[in-house]
Design a protein around this ligand. Structure first.
Ligand code: PXG
Length: 452
């Protein structure tokens, strides 16, 4: 079927419904979308342009990945240059210099102790499954092969591969897919409606983390490989752990020889107002996953950063030197074009002091979003760094309807926001001005009050 939008640059009329059929869109209400498509044609800075030529503010930084804004010249040029120079190099047994340069840049920004990077296929889901496999394999090579159980948290999101779905805790993402891995889940950290916590809730963290002790009593630490959590839960609607929670998880894991994994696919590289969530919350895990912001969303790049002891354990157990120590990797692990984008992204993150900028904007953003307490339908608001989640009171039997309607009305006003479950989520670009943040939040307040 011919493209009814014509060439990319031509202004478009509404695309034909039949032409939209061939692409089965991911995590999308395909019937609704194809009846009323929302298509972007260009992006620059903090704004998209849609097929009607309207400017739309990017209130979620793409999907939490384009904090530095779109079409950054340095990244565009680095990618173009790299494709022309070395478009691909084999990921296994041979390499290229960019992955080593980028690994060093990443390690420089990690908390002390996290110093070896295993790149994954490009998605956060790959990074998560890589981390879970490394954790199990680590205990196996250490002679503790019974340590296989993986512990996640209710409401956690760790991507869509079988490992990530198994440790994940969002029921809608799990229930269709049958038996997963051997997992257990810590209780979720969703505050009761009406809590309106600003940043970290101040109390109860250690007691909540102690629920890990109950799982250890039930299964015994000798069967548990790792605990995986997001420093704050992104997809579930920006759910921030109470003070002391992550620190206590760290203590328990250390005490019981269980690896602690932070899934930093959303929290890594600026969003928290620090280079990592680990830094922001002052707790260092044994493994840390990253993706999204590592190339400012321009190229798929992801990976796991591990402690030296883990890397060295594999090398020590590797047998003769010419043998592979860990049989794991992807054709596109550390793709050279993605690495070029990553290096350019790290240059900009550092030069523009992006984490500091987020930290400076965060109090303004916090004040603005909590100004919507009392707006129609809002039962809770949570925030951390440049991220905020709003829970809306549900229409009877239809918790997801109101957020959908609000997001559609926001789009009409020129703002892209995320809707999922009973929540609306905001994660504006780090380059946003205070006035842009105000306009985004004001538009949301107005929309909520206009929604039935
Ligand atoms: N871990 C975490 C913590 C994530 O947030 C993934 C893993 C998986 O990444 P990939 O690249 O495989 O999608 C994620 C992804 C949203 C939203 O708005 C969140 C994600 C992806 C798309 C939308 O809630 N998180």
């Amino acid at each position: 079927m011919a493209n009814p939008l014509g060439t990319r640059r031509e202004a478009a009329s509404a695309p034909d419904a039949a032409w939209l059929e061939a692409h089965w869109m991911p995590f999308t209400a395909n019937r609704q979308f194809k009846a009323a498509p929302r298509l972007f044609t260009q992006a620059a800075g903090a704004y998209y342009t849609d097929v009607q030529g309207r400017k739309i503010f990017d209130g979620l930084s793409g999907l939490w990945c384009t904090g530095l804004g779109h079409a950054r010249k340095e990244i565009v040029e680095a990618v173009a240059r790299q494709i022309a120079t070395l478009d691909y190099a084999p990921a296994f047994q041979f390499g290229h210099t960019l992955s080593f340069e980028l690994a060093n840049r990443i390690v420089e920004r990690m908390p002390a102790g996290l110093d070896h990077v295993m790149f994954s296929g490009g998605s956060g889901s790959d990074a998560v499954d890589s981390s879970l496999k490394i954790a199990r394999a680590y205990w196996r090579i250490r002679g503790q092969g019974a340590k296989t159980r993986l512990i996640g948290r209710a409401q956690g999101y760790h991507g869509v591969n079988f490992g990530g779905v198994s440790v994940g805790g969002i029921v809608g993402n799990r229930k269709l897919f049958g038996q997963g891995l051997e997992t257990s889940h810590l209780a979720d950290l969703q505050p009761p409606p009406g809590s309106f916590f600003r940043g970290e809730p101040s109390e109860g963290g250690a007691a909540l983390a102690d629920s890990l002790l109950a799982l250890i009593r039930l299964y015994d630490a000798s069967t548990i490989a790792a605990v995986i959590v997001e420093p704050f839960a992104g997809s579930a609607g920006v759910i921030v752990p109470p003070r002391g929670y992550l620190k206590r998880l760290r203590e328990i894991c250390t005490e019981h020889d269980i690896l602690l994994i932070f899934d930093e696919v959303i929290t890594g590289f600026g969003r928290c107002g620090a280079w990592t969530g680990a830094e922001a919350f002052g707790v260092t895990p044994d493994l840390l996953t990253f993706a999204k912001q590592s190339t400012n969303g321009t190229q798929p790049l992801s990976g796991v950063v591990v402690r030296k002891e883990i890397y060295e354990a594999f090398l020590a157990a590797g047998g003769p030197e010419y043998l592979i120590e860990l049989p794991h990797g992807y054709t596109y692990s550390a793709h050279p074009v993605a690495c070029a984008a990553g290096i350019a992204t790290f240059d900009i993150l550092a030069r523009e002091h992006a984490p500091e900028r987020v930290r400076e904007l965060a109090p303004h953003f916090e004040k603005a979003v909590h100004g919507l307490r009392g707006a129609r339908h809002v039962s809770d608001i949570r925030n951390y760094g440049l991220a905020a989640g709003f829970t809306l009171q549900a229409l009877p039997g239809e918790p997801a309807r109101r957020p959908f309607e609000v997001a559609m009305a926001m789009l009409k006003k020129g703002f892209y926001v995320r809707y999922g479950g009973a929540t609306i989520q905001l994660a504006p670009p780090f380059i946003s001005t205070p006035a842009e943040l105000d306009r985004l939040v004001d538009a949301l307040g107005e929309t909520l009050n206009q929604t039935d």
